[in-house]
Design a protein around this ligand. Structure first.
Ligand SMILES: Cc1ncc(COP(=O)(O)O)c(C=O)c1O
Length: 304
């Protein structure tokens, strides 16, 4: 069956969705995007897109920072996603990537005098990190781009060159991923996911102003920890050395979901096995995203 993407206001055959080689976004990394997951609930025969409105609110904010024209309201975006997923007839977990991009072909880095366009690509998607075992990670020798260079608060395609360097060097050194410091030496996040530490039964995560993408999964974890599990959460600046003496750690993100970390720079965390709080949050998260927890069903947008 043909797969559809959304491009230039219509649902098009994925095989025919092309951009020109002179496209500004391709030449200069001038696009903003989102990554959204939809989870299939087998018992309900329902596909749920997770926190789609929040993703589109962030997309709109990214487009503001990059002075790009936002073509739709959050409600319109959600409606397009529903129609697209329905057209693709997905009956399994999948991934949705909306992109606002500089589609003009004028040469030069300026964000003016070049039009903007909007597209959505989708694909079927399983876990992209192996969640069955704890991750071994390092602290990257690369630094996260700072708010006054390429703001990490905005999800800008060009800034993922930074993530690519971080991920590749970690991989080539035999690690699963890396933890990234900012120019001041404070802990920010992973290559493309947020980070939580567990210290004395409390969660600690970097402050919103510490050069991170303010993740929707991060917000989900904070809500679930505080209001379901009764765990205190601190959002604050984190020193590198805290990483080595934390009891547990995990990554979280749309892609990473909840991925426990068991070793950082050769130091085992806690017992060296996946920690109890990480495990509990991971299980709860997977129930929430599939619409299995009544209180949080409001976060799950039904497609069918
Ligand atoms: C750099 C970065 N940080 C954090 C995240 C997590 O954000 P979210 O939970 O909204 O997917 C992502 C994307 O997944 C990311 O690319």
């Amino acid at each position: 069956m043909a797969e559809y993407y959304y491009m230039n206001g219509s649902y098009v055959d994925a095989a025919k969705a092309m951009i020109h080689v002179h496209t500004h976004a391709f030449l200069y990394g001038t696009a903003v995007f989102e990554g959204i997951r939809a989870y299939y609930n087998e018992e309900e025969k329902q596909l749920y897109a997770f926190r789609a409105p929040e993703h589109f609110e962030r997309l709109i904010n990214s487009s503001k920072i990059m002075m790009m024209k936002n073509p739709h309201t959050t409600e319109e975006y959600c409606d397009i996603v529903k129609k697209l997923l329905k057209k693709n007839n997905y009956k399994e977990n999948c991934y949705i990537r909306p992109v606002i991009y500089k589609s003009g072909r004028n040469v030069g880095p300026g964000l003016y005098d070049n039009e903007d366009s909007f597209l959505i690509i989708t694909n079927k998607m399983g876990d992209y990190i192996d969640l069955s075992k704890g991750l071994r990670v390092c602290v990257s020798s690369w630094r996260r781009n700072s708010d006054n260079a390429i703001p990490p608060r905005a999800k800008i395609t060009g800034s993922y060159a930074n993530a690519a360097l971080i991920k590749t060097d970690a991989h080539n050194a035999g690690f699963d991923d890396a933890i990234v410091l900012d120019e001041a030496g404070n802990v920010t996040e992973g290559s493309a996911m947020n980070l939580f530490l567990v210290q004395k039964n409390r969660l600690v995560t970097s402050a919103q102003t510490d050069n991170i993408l303010i993740g929707i999964t991060r917000n989900t974890i904070i809500e679930l920890a505080r209001n379901v599990l009764g765990i205190q959460v601190e959002e604050r600046t984190i020193d590198r050395s805290e990483l080595y003496i934390s009891d547990e750690a995990f990554y979280c993100g749309t892609g990473a979901q909840v991925s426990p970390i068991t070793e950082i720079d050769g130091r085992k965390l806690g017992t060296g096995e996946t920690g109890a709080i990480s495990k509990e949050l991971q299980k709860l998260y997977f129930d929430v995203v599939r619409g299995k927890i009544a209180k949080y069903k409001k976060w799950c947008m039904p497609v069918y």
